[in-house]
Design a protein around this ligand. Structure first.
Ligand SMILES: Cc1cc2nc3c(=O)[nH]c(=O)nc-3n(C[C@H](O)[C@H](O)[C@H](O)COP(=O)(O)O)c2cc1C
Ligand code: SF4
Length: 435
């Protein structure tokens, strides 16, 4: 990867990278050992100094989140968010498949910092292989005295359980995850109370993403200043990026958050350009939910700040899906709207009805029966749903609104011309896809 020194993917391609032996040979568990010699508060301070921002989508600083836990608590639960349902995101999966001990080491450090006695790793149901890889690594860690009672003779004990979800996008939302973990329907909770005060099983709870936790061993081993030397002040540390769609080398790559979306698609260390050298029409650079860029906006930096300058919700999962010039945006719009309509849990009226109306309108446009008014209506519905305007319990409808509104606003003339020149036979073709 050029002059960039891989950190999170440093063991990628190393034979036996999933085993404790190989992980330890490359310095593994030195971070946990060092953390266990500090006090919990000192570990929290180190993570705060590093300004490690959550990699799960919202970018909230991990160390600060941990300070929201009540000081006088007796028990704490750590939930590891490995639901990874955001299309087209697969960085957590990649990490767990290739280096499961890096995650376990991160869990020990976060568990110690937050004084947790138990950690639940919530895995999306489709992660069959990853479940077994991770379980094997957890078993190895128990056998080596890295989990369970009195870890490395420190007096600190932590139990880790893997929990498999049942296949809902909304269970990635932290309170939906907690409900599902408790064996209930995965319905996000009204907040407050926030999980830090009353989370899983009524106890103070921290929810952190897999990639967030995988950064911890390196912060403790190499220090916050080293961490901040990568990227920028507000977007510090190593980052995993995914790129998919018709690019020459789709995959998960690591780099600093100074790269642009263009580099992610065209860079030699990343996507290596478009198949057939086709032009890019659109990119969803942060997973679907953050919104869309046009082919002229690819100079956007893949950091926590720049996406907002392009009308996006944020960096999200930093997983870009690329759309080439040949793609009909009616199909893109319909697929995007279908996803959120299907995944809304239905508790909030604006989300349940809004995502479903958006899907109906997007389908009508895709089928060749769209009207110009539908474009205005789509924008209006998108602006009236979500947490941002204050109409919902969780952020799913904000994530539905941004890509739909972005497509309609940024590609308005293209949609207008679709509507004015409806193609014969299109309705039948789309119905075939829908069925
Ligand atoms: C609809 C929805 C789905 C989400 N899915 C995920 C997910 O799959 N993985 C994840 O880590 N965070 C997901 N989040 C964000 C979590 O609620 C939470 O912010 C995150 O797990 C916190 O971890 P972090 O601070 O380490 O980033 C989702 C949020 C929403 C609104
Ligand atoms: S906003 Fe949507 S997904 Fe979230 S709780 Fe309400 S209905 Fe469910």
């Amino acid at each position: 990867m050029g002059s960039y020194e891989p950190v999170l993917l440093k063991n990628l391609g190393v034979e036996g990278s999933r085993t404790l032996e190989v992980y330890r040979q490359s310095g593994g568990y030195a971070g946990a050992e060092a953390a266990l010699k500090m006090s919990s508060d000192e570990v929290v301070e180190e993570v705060k100094k590093a300004n490690l921002r959550g990699r799960g989508g919202a970018g909230f600083p991990a160390g600060v989140k941990w300070t929201f836990l009540p000081k006088d608590r007796e028990r704490t639960i750590l939930c590891v968010n490995a639901d990874e349902s955001e299309p087209p995101t697969f960085a957590n999966r990649f990490l767990m498949e290739n280096d499961p001990h890096m995650l376990i080491e991160g869990i020990i450090i976060a568990g110690f910092a937050t004084k947790s006695q138990v950690a639940y790793v919530y895995l999306r149901v489709e992660f069959h292989e990853q479940f077994h890889i991770l379980q094997r690594a957890v078993d190895e860690a128990y056998e080596a005295g890295l989990l369970g009672e009195n870890i490395l003779d420190s007096g600190y004990g932590l139990d880790v359980y893997l929990h498999r979800g049942a296949g809902a996008y909304v269970c990635g939302e932290e309170t939906g995850l907690i409900e599902s973990l408790e064996g209930k329907r995965g319905w996000p909770r009204i907040k407050p109370p926030f999980p830090a005060v009353e989370g899983a099983f009524g106890l103070p709870t921290v929810v952190n993403n897999v990639e967030t936790l995988a950064n911890l061993p390196h912060i403790i081993s190499r220090g916050p200043d080293w961490f901040k030397s990568i990227g920028t002040e507000s977007s510090a540390g190593p980052k995993l990026f995914c790129v998919s769609g018709p690019v020459k080398r789709p995959g998960c790559y690591e780099g600093p958050m100074t790269i642009t979306c263009e580099e992610l698609i065209y860079g030699d260390d990343y996507g290596q350009g478009m198949v057939g050298n086709a032009d890019v029409k659109a990119v969803f650079p942060g997973g679907l939910s953050m919104g869309v860029l046009t082919g002229d906006e690819m100079h956007m930096k893949m950091d926590f700040d720049d996406p907002r300058n392009f009308g996006l919700l944020g960096l999200g999962t930093a997983a870009a899906v690329v759309v080439n010039v040949e793609t009909d945006l009616r199909d893109v719009l319909m697929n995007v709207a279908r996803f959120y309509s299907h995944e809304s849990c239905g508790q909030c009226t604006q989300c349940r009805e809004g995502t479903s109306w958006m899907y109906k309108m997007a389908s009508r446009i895709a089928m060749g029966a769209g009207r110009v008014e539908d474009l205005d209506l789509l924008e209006e519905v998108a602006s009236k749903m979500g947490m941002m305007p204050g109409y919902s319990i969780c952020g799913l409808p904000d994530g539905a609104a941004f890509p739909v509104r972005g497509l309609v606003q940024k590609f308005r003339s293209e949609f207008e011309s679709y509507v004015s020149q409806q193609r014969a036979g299109r309705a039948e073709a789309v119905l075939r896809v829908l069925n």
